[in-house]
Write a protein that binds this ligand. Structure first.
Ligand code: C2E
Ligand code: MG
Ligand code: MG
Length: 403
């Protein structure tokens, strides 16, 4: 044992060991809902100890000691097995199921057979890996980022979801979200004090959801207790909600009932629930639907920034760089007869003189070669824009395929 334990802790650990043996540990489930339409999406498995007298003890009464002694790993495997049994039974009887998140202690990260054992366990119940999510706390991930990045990559590449739990509860590092391939970010409830009326708190939350959404992480707010918190989280474009406002952790039978209930769509008007984030996302979605490639260029500084979209893969062109090089590259991908007109129409000189003549935009149709070697007509439109804080001349380029 690595740590000195007090007598109380030794006793607590022995009781937890007995609890595993005597099947006194049970799994509670706390549902996780879509923040906008309140549909059940998934749930978190949370361990409880039920004493022989029926009293239910929370994890706080035995998990911290089990973390110290290492018994926690046994508890986690027990919980995972119970979750798999639950899912298997429902699948066997044709009942609907949702993804279940299981907490895994940092102690597992020392186990070089972790991913192998995880796959073996879940496979032994013939459960699809995508039905299981592994939650690792932020503090565990911060300990040895190099090792953990690899473990998380491994878990992800085997088809499981991985959530960073309690984000914002400790010394969160932004490199954590950047370098780690987890796909879910659980925002800790300590960031949600009161009703989110504090200006600084709102700014911090808005920023977290902003970068998490751009990194395509699924965001879950934990510990949501009030309508006011929910209202604010929706404006931040938080994707999922886990909290007492919707449901407390509950025994398996109660959760099974919720899973079987027909899903009622309690959605509200997105223009009211998400006036800013929602509408901005819709607008961007609409632009990208019509124009799979959007570039912003600064003609004065000869630079550009390309916005990549899922359906557009710019394999040969960097996302930022020198505008003239971008045009030269673009011209080289055009049909030989169109190369010159493309290069001259979109040169800095001709765009600047078009702007000075009072034109609002410049449009040209050319034939461009695709990745498949086929030429297709593309329409390129440059719209002139001014940024109020700089005198630079900027253009927004919208490209669409005509064929
Ligand atoms: P966690 O993983 O962050 O789980 C969320 C905790 O927040 C749960 O506490 C849940 O009951 C509580 N919670 C959810 N919504 C609200 C809310 O609206 N208000 C308030 N006040 N609390 C809310 P719980 O079940 O007591 O678990 C506490 C912690 O114990 C968990 O935090 C997790 O770190 C640990 N734990 C629980 N089960 C397991 C397990 O099977 N394995 C491991 N390693 N740790 C576990
Ligand atoms: Mg958790
Ligand atoms: Mg948490």
């Amino acid at each position: 044992m690595m740590y000195e334990l007090t007598n109380d802790e030794i006793l607590c650990n022995e009781r937890a060991q007995e609890a595993i043996k005597n099947h006194e540990l049970v799994v509670y489930y706390q549902p996780q809902y879509d923040a906008i339409n309140s549909k059940l999406i998934s749930a978190e498995a949370l361990v409880r100890r039920v004493q022989p007298d029926g009293k239910v003890l929370p994890p706080a009464s035995f998990v911290p000691v089990a973390e110290k002694t290492g018994l926690i790993t046994e508890i986690d495997w027990y919980v995972l097995n119970e979750v798999c049994k639950f899912l298997r039974a429902r699948l066997d009887s044709g009942e609907p199921v949702v993804r279940i998140a299981v907490n895994f202690s940092r102690k597992h990260l020392d186990d070089d057979k972790l991913v192998e054992r995880l796959c073996e366990t879940v496979d032994s119940y013939s459960i699809e890996h995508e039905l299981i999510e592994i939650e690792l706390t932020e503090s565990a991930i911060m300990q040895d980022t190099h090792l953990i990045t690899k473990v998380i990559d491994d878990i992800r590449s085997n088809g499981f979801n991985v959530a960073i739990d309690d984000f914002g509860s400790g010394l969160s590092s932004l490199s954590l979200v950047k370098d780690v391939s987890a796909n879910v970010l659980k925002i800790d409830r300590s960031l949600l004090s009161g009703n989110c009326e504090n200006e600084k708190e709102r700014i911090v939350l808005e920023s977290i959801f902003g970068f998490a959404n751009r990194l395509k992480l699924t965001t879950i707010a934990e510990g949501v207790e009030t309508e006011e918190q929910l209202g604010f989280l929706r404006t931040c474009d938080c994707r999922m909600i886990q909290g007492f406002l919707f449901a407390k952790p509950m025994p398996e039978e109660d959760f099974a009932r919720i899973c079987s209930m027909p899903q009622t769509d309690k959605s509200e008007d997105i223009l009211f629930t998400q006036p800013q984030a929602g509408v901005t996302n819709l607008l961007i979605e609409a632009i990208f639907t019509k124009f799979p490639l959007v570039i912003v260029a600064n003609l004065t500084r000869n630079s550009y920034y390309m916005m990549a979209y899922d359906s557009f893969t710019s394999k040969s062109c960097p996302s930022t760089g020198v505008f003239e090089e971008l045009i030269a590259h673009g011209a080289s991908t055009m049909y030989p007869d169109d190369q010159e007109s493309f290069a001259t129409t979109f040169s800095i000189e001709s765009l600047t003189s078009a702007y000075e003549r009072g034109e609002k935009s410049v449009t040209l149709v050319t034939r461009q070669i695709g990745d498949d070697g086929i030429y297709r007509r593309v329409e390129t439109t440059d719209i002139f824009v001014k940024n109020p804080s700089a005198d630079d001349l900027l253009v927004i380029t919208l490209c669409q395929n005509l064929d």
